[in-house]
Design a protein around this ligand. Structure first.
Ligand code: NAP
Length: 296
């Protein structure tokens, strides 16, 4: 049911994610216009109250806020390049995954054509769209974000504007995915190791998650040390030397128990290189020195 006080929204791209986005707007009472290359994907949304546009141009003309969620950046340009005259003065929020370079190029493309561009990264799956703790990152002009922040917040209660630099959404996206894979890989390696002593992954799980809480405390101290920028990295909890000794136990146990030891060996090589740079008596945060530069 469209509400009189709700601003119109257009959604271009009705794949799995685009349908979830459009559904969140329709469900909150926004007059919602949708367009998709394959028109029949709009059927469910139409039954909820959305309007199907006959063309991308008609879709863009229907709202000040144009949300785009297609496969990739090339598709975005295939659909929007022919309609940039109609986009003039509007706000495009691009929820298509892309790189930070593409975000900055798209910002320049929009600027030259007289419309506002917000680059976005959705940190959830379609079923999570609209949940109170789901996050969508936005980067780009703050005034454009502020104008539509209440509408955009419908896509995830934890959504936020990261800053005016259009690169930020894509960069936060991959940085967080890295945290996810790093944590999951270590959990899986630990589960493999413990399986050799007949410990189920479900038995390991509560201890692993409790340990992640401890790691949060370490990371809080390390963030301050990194941002201090003085290269001091005080070993408030343990020195690199102590970390290295413990890591060698993980390498040894992995090999002795006959599980894959590639990950522990990789971490060992990173620690060795950091210690060789002179950080044996510093905190684990000194590893940032290695991560800041391309590998040799
Ligand atoms: P999807 O289901 O494969 O949908 C792709 C969309 O792109 C469809 O609307 C498709 O139209 C359209 N498209 C593809 N090629 C096109 C072309 N040449 N011209 C016009 N439209 C074209 O993908 P999705 O899961 O919705 O993902 C969409 C974006 O969201 C991706 O960038 C993805 O990385 C990102 N994302 C997805 C998730 C997720 O969990 N699904 C999470 C975070 C981010 P047709 O229907 O006509 O094929």
């Amino acid at each position: 049911m469209a509400g009189k006080d709700r601003s119109p929204v257009t959604v271009i791209g009705l794949g799995l994610m685009g349908q979830a986005l459009a559904s969140a707007f329709v469900g909150a009472g926004h007059p919602t216009t949708v367009w998709n290359r394959t028109a029949d994907k709009a059927a469910g949304l139409v039954s909820q109250g959305a309007t199907v546009a006959a063309s991308p141009e008609d879709a863009v003309a229907a709202a000040d806020l144009v949300v785009v969620c297609v496969s990739d950046n090339d598709v975005l340009h295939t659909v929007l390049d022919p309609v940039t005259d109609t986009l003039k003065g509007r706000v495009v929020a691009n929820l298509t995954s892309g790189s930070s370079d593409q975000a900055r190029e798209n910002a320049a493309w929009a600027d030259e054509r007289g419309f506002s561009y917000l680059d976005a990264a959705i940190m959830t799956v379609p079923a999570g769209v609209g949940a109170a703790d789901s996050v969508v990152f936005y980067a780009g002009p703050k005034d454009a974000y502020d104008k539509h922040s209440a509408t955009l917040a419908l896509l995830g209660g934890g959504s936020t504007h990261l800053g005016e630099d259009h690169a930020l959404a894509a960069l936060y996206d991959v940085a967080l995915l890295g945290v996810m894979w790093g944590t999951l890989n270590s959990f899986l390696q630990g589960a493999a190791l413990l399986s050799k002593a007949d410990v189920k992954a479900a038995e390991f799980l509560p201890w692993a998650t409790k340990w992640v809480d401890a790691v949060k405390l370490f990371a809080t101290d390390y963030a301050g040390q990194i941002d201090a920028g003085d290269g001091a990295y005080p070993a408030n909890d343990a020195t690199m030397e102590v970390h290295f000794g413990a890591l060698q136990h993980l390498v040894h146990e992995s090999e002795a128990q006959g599980v894959n030891a590639e990950l522990p060996h990789f971490v060992k090589s990173l620690m060795e290189r950091t210690i060789a740079k002179g950080f044996a008596q510093n905190s684990y945060a000194s590893m940032i020195e290695l991560f800041r530069t391309p590998e040799k």
